[in-house]
Design a binder for this molecule. Sequence first.
Ligand SMILES: [Zn+2]
Length: 295
Amino acid sequence: MIQLFDSVYLLDGTVGKRPIYLPLLVGEWGCLLLDTGCSYHVSDLIVPALDRLKIQPEQLRYIVNTHPDSDHVGGNAGMKRWSPTAILCCGDADRFQIGHPDTLFSTRYDAYRPYGVFYPEDVKSGILKDLGEAQPVELTFRGGEHLRLNPNWDLEILSLPGHSKGHLGILDHKHRTLFGGDAIQGAVYRGIDGRPALCPTYLYPETYLLTIQFIEHLDIDLFVSCHWPLKRGSEIAEFCRETREFVERTEILVRSAGTDDLRELCDRLGPQLGEWPAHVHRELAYALAGHLKLQ
Ligand SMILES: [Zn+2]
């Protein structure tokens, strides 16, 4: 567990061979957990950390999902079992997926099957397991709402779309910090060994570019994401620049490729876009489908 401030912790674990950081904000009026990891992170990571901090189930007031991916929502049912009074929240546009793992799988992970890009059965069953049991969302945000965990601790919910339509972030005014989930992704996800592990997985290039610009203009000192190292000061602008450059480079390559075949584009552009392992190239389907306007 990493302590960022007096009352702010990062629960650090791994998902596959990549790091995952789940922010926990501890206020005297209640606590907020941002994302619940995969289903197995509840017992492996989250509950042990809450126990260490001596946080009781009734103190957990909000569970906020940044977006509908297995490593962000998979622990929802488990965390609601641990704390039935915590309010499960997400972006309004993502509610239909987050509340229904089968829908989430078919409309997100399996959305490119018509184009010949889909996961083999063993990977599919792993994703469904990580997504956990269905858990209804209780409260949704569209961005602009404020939460208070202390009399003098104001948190603002931000809408940061692009990786999903309802992707949320939390702007902590007191600590001049943005908790941004996977809203912007640089040019690569690295493994815990520092090596390229996964390509960017944004879905909607236009809104993603607007989100990059929005984050770039925030008056913050610290950017906390779910899989990338902490970014401080000028590193935030640098990460925004790296994120934008990847999108622009991809757009140029897609436009000049001379084909709109998604599978062929993944295999052909993969080696040009990053140094991740070859099996990752098909994961470019999310971004490339966006550039091709298939979604
Ligand atoms: Zn993630």
